[in-house]
Ligand binder design. Structure first.
Ligand code: SF4
Ligand code: SF4
Ligand code: SF4
Length: 296
């Protein structure tokens, strides 16, 4: 009898179950989005080949349990007719996750769906020393928990104040969650402590006279992991304003991991071992020609 290559099956999205001969099939759900037609196809496949239910994973994925080994090819074929592919498992870039972002959510600052699709096309399933998760969240509310990912991206706004239309009503100071805004009514001035500002954009949204202008951008977090060991991703670069810079940084991050990571070593541990300073320098090098986009 031909030996079953379980690691190859896992790589292709079919994970061995505790029940002998059965596999739970992980689907590639980019940015948490599935069409109604795709849901219909998943329903059909779960009924026909599985046990009539799916499992929703913690990373927006869908798994269809109880697929038999002999049905795997038929399942793949049926799902691919609806544009559904298996999700990557093992040591590689996993499915890109995202919140609804600015295309749907009124709080959204960046188009998370568009960025998730771009990341999927450029980086999905790249081979790495260990699993690598990219997650995109549309604003500081952080519904997708950017810091939990090996590389998390968060929509952000850099506020700039314009004196001429300000009525000094005090609202922006009141809504700022980090108390970064100081209003000097006597001298008719507003100052912002850039070290305290988290780029949440609440001051911009609150102002009735449009005296705060907001420049949308991206905050990136590196080295988050939530397994047996837990660490929050760190923001080591200033806010980036260009999406191409974001991609250059993602590419440089993956190159760094490929170059320095030991097989089986989580990305956070690679950075800790090699040094955050060296990692940061490599990222800065990737965008050095775009230094003007930096918020110093
Ligand atoms: S993180 Fe922001 S944009 Fe994304 S769903 Fe939450 S509130 Fe909306
Ligand atoms: S909310 Fe707008 S108008 Fe009011 S103090 Fe702030 S900047 Fe001025
Ligand atoms: S962007 Fe957020 S943290 Fe920064 S000054 Fe405005 S309200 Fe405060």
């Amino acid at each position: 009898m031909k030996e079953i290559n379980y690691s190859e099956l896992k790589k292709g999205g079919f994970m061995r179950q505790v029940q002998k001969g059965y596999f739970s099939m992980r689907l590639r759900v980019v940015g948490g989005r599935l069409s109604a037609e795709q849901l219909k196809k998943i329903y059909e496949v779960a009924n026909k080949y599985g046990r009539g239910y799916v499992h929703l994973t913690a990373r927006q994925g869908v798994e269809i349990p109880f697929i038999k080994l002999e049905d795997i090819e038929a399942v793949k074929k049926e799902l691919s007719e609806a544009g559904i592919e298996p999700g990557a498992c093992g040591p590689r870039v996993r499915t890109i996750t995202a919140c609804q972002g600015s295309s749907i959510c009124p709080n959204g600052i960046i188009d998370t769906t568009e960025l998730a699709n771009e990341c999927d096309k450029r980086y999905y399933a790249q081979e790495l020393p260990h699993k690598f998760k990219i997650g995109i969240t549309g604003c500081g509310n952080n519904c997708l928990k950017a810091e939990e990912n090996d590389l998390g991206i968060k929509g952000a706004v850099k506020p700039e104040w314009e004196k001429s239309s300000c009525t000094f009503c005090g609202l922006c100071q009141a809504v700022c969650p980090t108390k970064a805004i100081q209003i000097d009514e006597k001298n008719k001035e507003i100052t912002i402590d850039r070290d305290k500002c988290t780029y949440c954009g609440r001051c911009v949204k609150s102002c009735q006279t449009n005296s705060w202008k907001g420049k949308p951008g991206y905050l990136l977090y590196f080295g988050g992991m939530f397994g047996n060991n837990i660490a929050l991703g760190k923001q080591i670069l200033p806010i980036l304003f260009s999406k191409e810079d974001v991609h250059k940084v993602i590419q440089a991050t993956l190159e760094f991991y490929k170059k320095y990571g030991k097989q089986g070593e989580r990305f956070r541990n690679t950075i800790e071992r090699v040094g955050w300073d060296i990692f940061k320098k490599e990222l800065e090098k990737a965008i050095e020609n775009e230094r003007s986009d930096f918020d110093e």
